[in-house]
Design a protein around this ligand. Structure first.
Ligand code: HPA
Length: 244
């Protein structure tokens, strides 16, 4: 049995069947985003954390990523599946697509991004930021469910909370980014510092700046994310059925 931490991003602020765990939000790094929830899922323990708080109100640059991951590990998480709503940059990442990125570039700044101040300094290996085994199980689940899943892509993490300019997105595409979001880092790097296998499951909710026909519409983002998160939960069902 594996205990899986699920970090819910925009559009996935709660999950059916979750019960409050009743533990404190306080950590040596300050307060985590929200009280943890828990449920059994196909024989596995799941811990759930709403990344932006409940209600959804913590901006990406204000999220206490260190506290969130520390708390999840302290409560027994063996690995992390993070969900992210993202903008699509390249054509295979259109709104509605579910993407398992395999690489990332960090453009964020000024966030508490390491445990190194409090722990012994380690230059953690991060050449492959997302866990191959978790990715493989998610891919197998998608195949079994005959669900479309884009199985590679580079996630670019911007600072937010504003959206990007079209020129910023052009630069990101030249850099090799397929997706743009605001919360992928330092979360993935901190998970690596804690030796927690980590994977990001991204739902494309809009075309990135300059890629669509007009301005990015927040209402449309909400609609796509509500519809798409249903598919993500279905994929998670398949994942937990396959997980050893
Ligand atoms: N840019 C950055 N973050 C996002 C976007 C975007 O277009 N859409 C959803 N999260």
């Amino acid at each position: 049995m594996t205990c899986v931490a699920l970090i819910g991003g925009t559009g996935l602020n709660s999950i059916d069947g979750i019960e409050a765990l009743g533990t404190s939000l306080q950590t040596p790094y300050g307060l985590a985003s929200a009280p943890l929830g828990t449920r059994r899922w196909a024989g596995h323990d799941v811990l759930f954390l709403a990344r932006h708080g409940r209600p959804h109100q913590i901006a990406p640059h204000r999220i206490n990523y260190r506290a969130n991951l520390w708390l999840l590990q302290q409560q027994g998480a063996d690995c992390v599946i993070a969900t992210n709503a993202v903008g699509g940059i390249t054509s295979h990442c259109a709104p509605g697509a579910i993407v398992l990125p395999d690489q990332l570039i960090d453009y964020s700044w000024g966030r508490e991004h390491s445990y190194a101040d409090e722990q012994q300094l380690r230059h953690v290996e991060f050449g492959v930021p997302y866990h191959a085994g978790l990715r493989a199980t998610l891919m197998a689940a998608a195949e079994q469910l005959s669900m479309g899943l884009v199985t590679s892509g580079t996630y670019g993490c911007t600072q937010g909370p504003r959206l990007e300019t079209a020129a910023e997105i052009d630069r990101m595409e030249r850099d090799g980014c397929d997706l743009v979001g605001m919360t992928g880092m330092p979360e993935a790097g901190l998970a690596r510092e804690l030796d927690l296998p980590y994977v990001a499951l991204c739902l494309v909710v809009n075309e990135a700046a300059g890629r669509g026909t007009g301005p990015i519409d927040e209402g449309e983002i909400g609609r796509v994310s509500r519809a798409g998160m249903g598919a993500i939960v279905k994929l998670l069902d398949g994942f937990f059925e396959l997980l050893e």
